[in-house]
Design a protein around this ligand. Sequence first.
Ligand SMILES: [Zn+2]
Length: 334
Amino acid sequence: MRISPDDITRHSLWKNPSWVAQSLDMTEGMRRQTGGGVMVKCPWHAENSASLSIRLCRDGIVIAHCFGCGESGTVLALVAAKNGLNNYGGDFQRVLEIASEMVGGDVPRLGLFHRSPVPPPEYPPRDEVAFLWQSTEACSSQMSGWLSSRGLDPFHPGVRWLGQAALWLPDWCKSWTASDHRVLIPLYDSDGIMRSVRARCVDKNNKRKELAPSGFSAQGLVMANPVALSLVRNAELAGDVVISEGGPDFLTMYGKPNTAVFGIFSGSWSHGLARQLHGATVEVRTHVDKAGEKYYQEIANSLPIGGGTTVVRSTLEHGYKDDNEALQHGWRPW
Ligand SMILES: [Zn+2]
């Protein structure tokens, strides 16, 4: 008899949260909760005390939720996390195999299922992103005073200019030329595939400084220079890694030799990217404020522990007390 992923997650052994913790080797520091649930250390972020709750929900499925980093999922997500796999896409068959071995069941064949069970975030259609990119040109000093006003090279290789040339534009960016959101920065997923763009307004009086494709997710997407792209595409770690916050600082760091430079904004950071940085010296350049502190913590907590991975927060290291002081040392907040 063929069994489905749902059959596995509903297997009777997995209705017992402490058995789940035991079978996944997660009992160190485990605390029992009223109602049969347990608290254990989270497999998605590094922590010293247990903040991951595993409990049986009313629909008969065990759910894990971390109060520290906010991740959650079924036993399959836990099996994936503990084995360094994704619980969707190409890894999913392996996750099912491990999970069914654990409960002594048959291995389901992924071919039976038409969709991956955890749908990836919805980005703009890839051909439309590609079309938009082909409709752009290199920036120049006539085009973007914004780059120069930020002390950036007007011919910066990391950005493109959305001109009048395009006769047709996708619905999600039709208004961008009218509102002068013309400087485009490409966004990549953790495999280095271009998935979307951010558009920066060149009109100083426009309050909406920046736009993203309306109606689509940008979750898990980052800005990346060529060294960073080669890192995520070919798993080639050639030098140091810099993670910067926001467009201008990313563009400032873009040309640093032998350095993989990533740029993040809210929602960018992903465990998929964190896994790619194993063994790297990672410099996190975030602003000296609450949001910057949150980004730093999120990144530092998600990076693989050991194996030579080092994380440095450059603002703290240099002792800047706020953004103004950091600005005097070459920082460019939005
Ligand atoms: Zn967590």
